[in-house]
Design a binder for this molecule. Sequence first.
Ligand code: NAD
Length: 260
Amino acid sequence: MDRMNGKVAIVTGGARGLGGAAASALAAEGARVVVADVLDDAGRAKVDEITAIGGTARFAHLDVRDEDAWKRMVEDTVEGYGCIDVLVNNAGITLPRTIEEATLEEFRHVMDINLYGAFAGMQAVLPALIARGSGAIVNVSSNSTDMIVPTTTYYAASKAALANLTKTTAVHVGLKGYGIRANSIHPGPHATDMLADPEVAELPHIKMMRDTVPLGRFGRPDDFAQLVVFLASDESSYITASEFFIDGGLTRVSYPGVRG
Ligand SMILES: NC(=O)c1ccc[n+]([C@@H]2O[C@H](COP(=O)([O-])OP(=O)(O)OC[C@H]3O[C@@H](n4cnc5c(N)ncnc54)[C@H](O)[C@@H]3O)[C@@H](O)[C@H]2O)c1
């Protein structure tokens, strides 16, 4: 359990769900972890959970839309832990709407968190990674980049843009010789609060996916977390600008559209 020994990792949306599982897994492999979230109580509880089993973690209140908060968190992290090695841009929201139901205001809200929040994070953390001479960025996209369903108007657009932002960043930092890598993870449905939201859980395509996934189940948070550890660790040192689907094969199955 030492694949992340000596490394410092920031996980946004780290208080619960997939980000919470990633924070725990990174800490279990020896990383010092910053759990960054808007949920103070859940974030502190996650830190307590990690420290109770001998890990090292701290909580930072962070709204990923707030550039000043990013700056403060980066400064605090470098002051407290000495460096930053890994940024996991995991914070994200979904608001299921078709194009007919959608509003520009809601669209901007989702883009602000899912896309511009990750952008702000990469810009804020990059100088620390460059100073370190190495680093890994893991951006959490979605299989909705490739699996098109009608209610993901905002979400699929934000996650597809995030995947390409990851690649432009990866190629830039690669060519600069900074020793930094960036990849995106594209989860299919995983059992978290996001999926437990009745508005999401009852969507016809979610029910159909549950029956269709080739590996016979939705993802568990730890499935996702182990992929984060791999992409954050030196085990993936020749992997950059790549998309990783973790969905039990679901995206490769043709989805029959539901009329109505
Ligand atoms: N669960 C799934 O099935 C699934 C599938 C594909 C992609 N994803 C992506 O995985 C990531 C995590 O999803 P999850 O299922 O764990 O969701 P979740 O709702 O359980 O957790 C999301 C976390 O992000 C935090 N967050 C939201 N807005 C924030 C903000 N402005 N600033 C800081 N933190 C904020 C929340 O407080 C929460 O802790 C998201 O980016 C999501 O889009 C999830």
